[in-house]
Design a protein around this ligand. Structure first.
Ligand SMILES: Cc1ncc(COP(=O)(O)O)c(C=O)c1O
Length: 383
């Protein structure tokens, strides 16, 4: 086996030289804030999402919060979501003084179990916020059916799902609202950033005001030649716009994302084949029966014996292999226990998976010999 002499992180952004050169050009251009390049990026994203409107934000977190505000979520409302996610998904609900109602996951796919959603609906439920965990699309048909029956909105946390597809349709090209992340760990990056894809012009107008101080014109419009520099504030908005410096990165990453995802999927398939003879020790994410495309964002594995999880992570770290416990169930964080009374035992499958799950390195520039070394080291631990 070829020797590996560097640390292998869980994730690493894949930036081409051409992309880096384009970023430098923007750096030299004299305009770094939100402007024509962000407009161009939004246009390209809209093409990618089948002509639907895509609006860039400084992060998916900011986009999720703005989307919840756009559909009118506020104090006393409930939003149904999963606890097997990054804290951002639930934090944005709690920040608006609404209650995140956590529904248990399917123990094999690690995604929210749509069969349990209806039971969690109350008269206060405003929205359902499923997460396409690791890039595996949630079973959306039953979720949209419940939403239609109960007159609820759906905000898909698609932070992991750039390039994922459900039943032949790319995530973001259909449905209600989707929010993507362009954080450097994600399948494509703009340094930091995210976008909200939606259908409603009224909600888009709100999103636009929310992301830039409630000002009715863009900063670029005001600084352009012959334009009036005066503006009006029609809403006490926030500041969560994306800069041109970030957008140029996004434009080039978007061109490459399909090819980068294909590499991720090839690596994920190699892991699956390699771990087929140790499924009594480690179980990868399960495959649903419906047609889907996985973005290959993460490669999560569940160790059969929960007590070996931390030892495995330490062993891999000693051997220069990064892992992360994606995710610790959100409902068991102290804020959620103290504020909403969640406790151990509330979500059987989420807690089962939470005690066992780790993500191992998966990124497009991971070389086969490096992956072989990771596989070999994991198997060595169990031997
Ligand atoms: C499932 C999920 N939702 C939301 C976010 C927030 O994304 P961002 O870092 O772009 O705010 C993340 C980030 O890791 C995530 O994993």
């Amino acid at each position: 086996m070829q020797k590996v002499n560097k640390f292998l992180p869980v994730s690493r952004p894949a930036l081409s030289e051409e992309t880096i050169e384009e970023v430098v050009k923007v750096l030299r251009s004299g305009w770094l804030a939100t402007g024509p390049i962000t407009q161009q990026f939004e246009g390209k994203l809209s093409e990618y999402f089948g002509g639907r409107t895509a609006m860039c934000f400084s992060s998916a977190t900011a986009g999720l919060q703005a989307a919840l505000m756009a559909i009118g979520v506020g104090e006393g409302d409930e939003v149904i979501t999963t606890s097997m996610t990054f804290a951002a998904t639930a934090n944005v609900i709690a920040l608006l003084r609404a209650k995140p109602v956590f529904v248990d996951i399917d123990r094999t796919t690690f995604n929210i179990d749509p069969q349990r959603i209806l039971d969690a609906c109350t008269s206060r439920t405003k929205a359902i916020m499923p997460v396409h965990y690791a890039g595996l699309p949630v079973d959306l048909d039953p979720i949209y059916e419940i939403a239609q029956r109960r007159n609820l909105r759906v905000i898909e946390d698609a932070a992991h799902a750039m390039g994922s597809a459900y039943k032949g349709k790319r995530i973001g090209t259909f449905g209600d609202i989707q929010v993507f992340s362009f954080h450097p760990i994600k399948n494509m990056t703009s340094g930091e950033g995210g976008c909200v894809v939606s259908n409603s012009p009224a909600e888009q107008r709100f999103l636009n005001l929310q992301r830039f101080h409630g000002i009715d014109r863009s900063i670029w419009d005001r600084f352009s030649k012959n334009a009036s520099c005066y503006y009006d504030v029609v809403y006490p908005g926030s500041k969560s716009n994306m800069s041109d410096l970030q957008s140029i990165l996004g434009i080039h990453q978007l061109k490459e994302v399909e090819q980068l995802n294909a590499k991720r999927r090839t690596l994920a398939d190699r892991y699956r084949i390699a771990f087929a003879d140790v499924v009594d020790k480690i179980v990868p994410q399960g495959i649903p029966s419906y047609d889907f495309v996985h973005s290959g964002h993460l490669f999560p594995i569940c160790v059969a014996d929960a007590s070996s999880k931390d030892d495995l992570m330490s062993f891999l770290k000693e051997n220069f292999i990064g892992t992360t416990p994606y995710y610790q169930p959100v409902h068991l964080f102290s804020y959620y226990r103290d504020t909403f009374g969640y406790k151990e035992g509330d979500l059987e499958h989420t807690e089962y998976v939470g005690k066992r799950i780790i993500s191992i390195p998966l990124y497009p520039t991971l070389e086969n010999y490096e992956q072989d070394y990771i596989i070999d080291t994991i198997k060595k631990f169990f031997r």
